[in-house]
Design a protein. Structure first.
Length: 267
């Protein structure tokens, strides 16, 4: 194990660029996984991690020390791990991995979630996680969305990225016009209650940016416009909450039973 204590170290400088710059991540074709849960999820669904970075104090004991064991890794002084600034309280474990590329073009015959201009990393990661939990296997992001493979979005996704295809910088308008299922947009104007519309598949759900919602051009070409009934004294839901309501109403209608050993959970 190699211990790095200086911020002038070349490896640390590269690590910091990966943590801070989307351009650097695209150039290198790499991203960072933060935390043992995310690293283990990657190894479960993708491939063994080849480059591990661990905080010096994390080697003193606990689950990270047990996971690292005799594996080859780079050790960072705790101050340098904090300086990376991925999260306010570093987990103590990072992995450098190759950024996945979707295996094929989006499937116009399968369920999909389309995200229009979702810029908050936490919201985007939560939306990907919700879609994956509902059984949707493709997520399409418009230009203007947060970078799906940034460390903060990955952390919010909690490993969901690794079981779906994420397509970035997509022309959502074009996809909606060629989609062979039903496109559904959430909005208030000229819409029908979510509980009163057919949700037979395949469906492409369109959710919009925080505050502004779905662009009018996408609303116009959607086959169905739905709203979530809200008897309480509020006007709208966070996009992540709205997506969860819609997607799990779809799951309920289809009466999908979880696979053995799986089920509802909150974490």
């Amino acid at each position: 194990m190699k211990l790095i204590q200086s911020r002038d170290n070349a490896f640390f400088k590269q690590l910091k660029r990966l943590a801070e710059s989307g351009r650097e991540r695209r150039k290198a074709g790499q991203t960072l996984l933060d935390g043992l849960h995310l690293v283990e999820a990657w190894e479960t669904h993708r491939a063994p991690v080849e480059q591990l970075v661990v905080a010096e104090s994390a080697l003193a004991g606990g689950e990270i020390a047990a996971y690292v064991g005799q594996r080859d890794c780079t050790v960072l002084a705790d101050s340098l791990m904090r300086e990376l600034g991925i999260v306010e309280t570093p987990s103590g474990l990072l992995a450098i991995v190759e950024t996945p590329v979707p295996a094929a073009s989006p499937d116009v015959h399968a369920d999909a979630v389309l995200l229009d201009g979702v810029q908050d990393p936490g919201n985007l990661g939560s939306l990907i996680r919700t879609a994956a939990a509902a059984g949707v296997r493709q997520i399409l992001l418009s230009p203007g969305c947060a970078a799906a493979w940034s460390p903060k979005v990955l952390r919010a996704g909690q490993g969901a990225h690794f079981v779906v295809n994420v397509h970035e910088e997509l022309d959502l308008e074009h996809f909606m016009t060629v989609y062979c299922g039903v496109t559904v947009v959430t909005c208030l104007a000229d819409s029908t209650s979510l509980f009163d519309v057919s949700l037979d598949g395949p469906l492409a759900w369109v959710f919009g940016a925080e505050g502004t919602g779905v662009r009018p051009a996408l609303v116009e070409i959607a086959a169905r416009r739905v709203r979530i009934p809200m008897p309480g004294a509020v006007e709208s839901l966070n996009v992540g909450a709205a997506a969860a309501v819609c997607l799990f109403e779809m799951v309920r209608r289809r009466n999908v039973m979880p696979a053995e050993g799986q089920g509802a959970g909150i974490s």
